[in-house]
Design a protein around this ligand. Structure first.
Ligand code: 13P
Length: 248
């Protein structure tokens, strides 16, 4: 049985004091939740937020990483640096990284391997744009994202990963995918993982939904058999809203 994982992707929001305040509220309000709870602040807030969540039920995640261990990569952060501030999960391949910052299936794959080699856990984002959905190539796009991210990854490593299916047209738009639309793609990914690995491997990989998930639509989405949690943007910036999803 897969345990739901609800992760807040705070994106480029919150100063350090604001992030500390939000983290404290999230720890307090989500106590006793029947799901894995993760908060993913910006790099500059990780250390301060770790001081808040360390030793609690809330895990710490980062929003990206570079695959090299160290060196002349101005502006980048390594897996060891993330580990040193208590990070457990790393979001990779987010559509905003793909759209604005040149992320490709190839760079996602390099990052996935580096994250796993460091003993961290990747949350791998996949999903189609509106034009791709309307062009009936959703499954092709999602398959390319998944196959690209998992290239040369063993089953022993694959079981440590989390996938976030985030249709780009649903991110920050208020236009949530219907539970059926989301379930269809989640089931497609699940079957693809059987083809790439095997049934036991596929059955333990958690697949989150992301894109305008809110307290009032979470229950229906999370009620679907292949939806194992959520990657939450806007609704993760207020503890009460985030908790509404965690409790769903
Ligand atoms: P929203 O919940 O704001 O639509 O963002 C989803 C997302 O991109 C999470 O990574």
């Amino acid at each position: 049985m897969r345990k739901n994982i609800i992760a807040g992707n705070w994106k480029m929001n919150k100063t350090v004091p604001e992030a500390v305040e939000l983290a404290k509220a999230v720890v307090a309000i989500t106590k006793g939740a029947d799901a894995d709870v993760v908060v993913c602040p910006t790099f500059v807030c990780l250390s301060a937020v770790n001081d808040v969540v360390k030793g609690t039920h809330v895990a710490l995640g980062a929003q990206d990483v570079h695959w090299e261990k160290s060196g002349a990569f101005t502006g980048k952060v390594s897996c060891d640096m993330l580990k040193s501030v208590g990070v457990k999960y790393v979001i990779l391949g987010h559509s905003e990284q793909r759209t604005y910052f040149g992320e490709t299936n190839d760079t996602v794959n390099k990052k996935v391997k580096a994250v796993l080699a460091a003993g961290l856990l990747p949350i791998i984002c996949v999903g189609e744009t509106l034009a791709e959905r309307e062009g009936n190539i959703t499954e092709k796009v999602v398959e390319d994202h998944v196959r690209g991210a998992y290239k040369d990854l063993s089953a022993a490593d694959a079981v440590k990963t989390v996938i976030a299916y985030e249709p780009v047209w649903a991110i920050g738009t208020g236009k949530v995918a219907s539970p059926e639309q989301a379930q269809d793609v989640h089931a497609f990914i699940r079957k693809l993982l059987v083809k790439m690995y095997d049934e036991p491997t596929s059955s333990v990989i958690r697949i989150q939904y992301g894109g305008s998930m809110k307290a009032d639509n979470a229950k229906e989405l999370l009620g679907k058999p292949d939806i194992d949690g959520g990657l939450i943007g806007g609704a993760a910036l207020k503890a009460e809203d985030f908790n509404g999803i965690v409790r769903a």
